[in-house]
Design a protein around this ligand. Structure first.
Ligand code: FMN
Length: 130
C-alpha cells in the first residue's frame, strides 16, 4: 500500500504528528510549502495535517489543497493539532473533497504538541489505513 504524508506546521506540533505517521508508513512527511510537496505518483492513502490559526488553516495549506487532483490518492486521512478547536479537520476534509479525493470519517487530533504516547497513537492510527 503506497502512502504520502503532507502537512503544514508553524511551530512543530503538527509536524511531530506528521513525522510519527510517516514513520509508520515508511515515508517522509513533507511540508506543503516544500518543493517536493506535489504527489508525483498516485498513492493509496494520502495523510494531510494542519492546525487552526485564528479561525482557519494557513493559506499555504489552503492553496496546497487546491492543487490536489482526484487521481492523486484513492483516499485521504486527516490529522490536526490545535489549542482547542477541531475546525482544521473539517476545513482540510472539505479541501480534499473539493479536489475529488474521498476522505475517511475518522481523523487524528492532538491538543498542541504530541507526547511520546500520542506519537505512538498517531502511528497506530495511521496503520489502520495502510
Ligand atoms: C496565531 C495563532 C492562532 C491560533 N489560533 C487558534 C485558535 O483559534 N484555536 C485553537 O484551538 N488554537 C489556535 N492556535 C493554537 C495552534 O492551533 C496550536 O498551537 C497548534 O498545535 C499549532 O500547530 P503547529 O505547531 O503545527 O503550527 C493558534 C496558534 C497561533 C500561533
Amino acid at each position: 500500500m503506497s502512502a504520502a504524508v503532507r502537512y503544514y506546521s508553524k511551530s512543530g506540533n503538527t509536524k511531530a504528528v506528521a513525522d510519527a505517521i510517516a514513520e509508520a508508513a515508511g515515508v517522509t512527511a513533507v511540508s506543503v510549502d516544500g518543493q517536493d510537496a506535489g504527489i508525483p505518483e498516485p498513492v493509496d492513502v494520502l495523510f494531510v495535517g494542519g492546525a487552526v490559526y485564528a479561525y482557519g488553516i494557513d493559506r499555504r495549506l489552503k492553496e496546497y489543497l487546491k492543487t490536489l487532483r482526484k487521481g492523486d490518492a484513492k483516499r485521504a486521512v486527516v490529522f490536526s493539532t490545535s489549542w482547542v478547536s477541531k475546525h482544521a479537520i473539517s476545513l482540510i476534509k472539505k479541501g480534499l473533497e473539493d479536489a475529488g479525493i474521498p476522505v475517511v470519517d475518522d481523523a487524528f487530533y492532538v491538543r498542541n504538541r504530541p507526547s511520546d504516547e500520542q506519537r505512538k497513537e498517531a502511528g497506530a492510527f495511521a496503520k489502520k489505513y495502510l
